[in-house]
Design a protein around this ligand. Structure first.
Ligand SMILES: [Zn+2]
Length: 427
């Protein structure tokens, strides 16, 4: 097999080298300009391990009008991802071995990136009885992450049982932390602004109380908890305490919660409606600090495509969620790298290494060194681009960044040595 030489690439933003990809692995790391093979000019580009998303909604099966495995994984590859976890709130729900294997197989056939299906915690996401966690773990999809995302596993007994169950195969429960009674009818962050706008508030304590409870349950059971899309300063504080105690708790934040704040609700443009809601500026700052100091382990997109009719019209009736795969790295650069909070090695840790570790994806999130799987993304940190919703690969158009200029561009993505993206376009 011909070698691919990523000429003068800068691993983690360091000094230029030639990264030689052959037979699906990083075969050699040579002085810049000395590698031989099929050359990809990577002069000035930062090389990172292929990104891994812990939280992607691919919408298939059931809402193929909003996204399919094919279109969603195209968007993922263009965003620099070599693996995504596909959330379980499809129709039918991914609560059996059959459905998770279907999604996994569609991912393999599409071939743009690895698809790791997430299994539902409870049957039909109804929060009444546990789904077939063991059967999903043993299926061809080898599910390790379980989540009722979109819904909170609010029943403490069910949550305890789920945490106990997944210990057998080193699984993790990824909780959408939202106390349901405290958020009935919630439309935006609860605070002075929700009062002014006349929209029902989603209080921080509804997230924080569930995280605190789940941390205590996890410690009691001796299991593994992952907290989805952390959105408040108080949540960061609780997680910090849990980590100081050495508990097996991990957490993610979305790119949009690191950049956007509740004031966008004043536009009444439903593109900014998301769950959990955009929070205050102080929350955004606390989340950034949490990523920088490692309290928040991972950045996960919560890519949530919606068809036009579900997102247009009145704020109160629009479905929550926004696209994220194709803009994640740029937003991370804007919020964290360009502000000096994180270097490129830190970005690799939060967007590749940690999510692969949390999801137990053995061949992803590996170092850019000899013998390791050749999952690589090349980024041009000096490039700037303007987000054009019509140009995105996703089937849906609900990006909050339409017309906005962002820094950093994914130039190429390699999945086990094969280019999925070259010159910023699908290969
Ligand atoms: Zn969620």
């Amino acid at each position: 097999m011909t070698a691919t030489v990523l000429r003068a690439a800068r691993p983690y933003g360091g000094d230029p080298v030639d990264l030689v990809l052959r037979d699906g692995v990083v075969a050699e790391v040579l002085p810049a300009g000395t590698g031989s093979g099929s050359v990809v000019d990577a002069d000035g580009l930062v090389a990172l391990p292929g990104l891994v998303d812990l939280h992607t909604h691919l919408r298939e099966p059931g809402r193929e009008d909003a996204e399919t495995v094919e279109t969603g994984t195209r968007a993922a590859a263009l965003g620099g991802f070599t693996a995504v976890h596909a959330m379980a709130n499809t129709d039918p729900v991914a609560d059996t071995a059959g459905v998770v294997e279907q999604v996994w197989r569609l991912g393999r056939e599409a071939g743009h990136c690895d698809v790791a299906p997430v299994g539902a915690v409870t049957v039909g996401l109804r929060g009444e009885r546990l789904a077939e966690l063991g059967a999903m773990a043993e299926s061809a999809a080898r599910v390790r992450v379980f989540s009722d995302d979109g819904h909170c596993v609010s029943d403490a007994v069910l949550m305890r049982r789920a945490l106990e169950y997944v210990k057998a195969f080193d699984g993790v429960i990824a909780q959408h932390a939202q106390e349901p009674r405290l958020t009935e009818g919630a439309q935006m962050n609860e605070g002075a602004l929700s009062g002014v706008l006349g929209l029902k508030g989603w209080p921080s304590v509804a997230e924080e109380s569930v995280i605190a409870r789940d941390i205590l349950l996890t410690a009691h059971v001796g299991s593994r908890l992952h907290v989805c899309h952390v959105s408040t300063a108080g949540s960061v504080e609780i997680l910090r305490l849990a980590k100081e105690r050495g508990l097996a708790v991990t957490a993610e934040v979305t790119p949009h919660h690191l950049l956007l704040d509740e004031e966008l609700a004043a536009t009444y443009d439903a593109v900014y409606k998301v769950n959990p809601p955009l929070r205050s500026k102080a929350d955004v700052e606390a989340l950034r600090q949490g990523v920088a100091d490692g309290t928040i382990d991972a950045i996960a997109t919560d890519h949530a495509p919606h068809a036009g009719e579900d997102k247009e019209g009145e704020w109160a009736h629009a479905l929550p969620g926004m696209l994220g795969l194709e803009t994640a790295l740029s937003v991370a650069q804007l919020a964290l790298v360009d502000t000096g909070l994180l270097d490129w090695a830190g970005v690799a840790e939060r967007l590749s290494v940690a999510p692969a570790r949390i999801g137990r994806l053995a061949g992803q999130g590996r170092p850019l060194s000899v013998g390791e799987p050749a999952n690589v993304v090349l980024v041009d940190p000096a490039a700037r681009w303007t987000v054009d919703p019509a140009a995105l690969a996703s089937k849906s158009r609900n990006t909050p960044y339409a017309g906005r200029e962002l820094p950093g561009r994914v130039v190429a993505t390699f999945l086990r040595g094969r280019a999925t993206v070259l010159d910023g376009a699908l290969a």
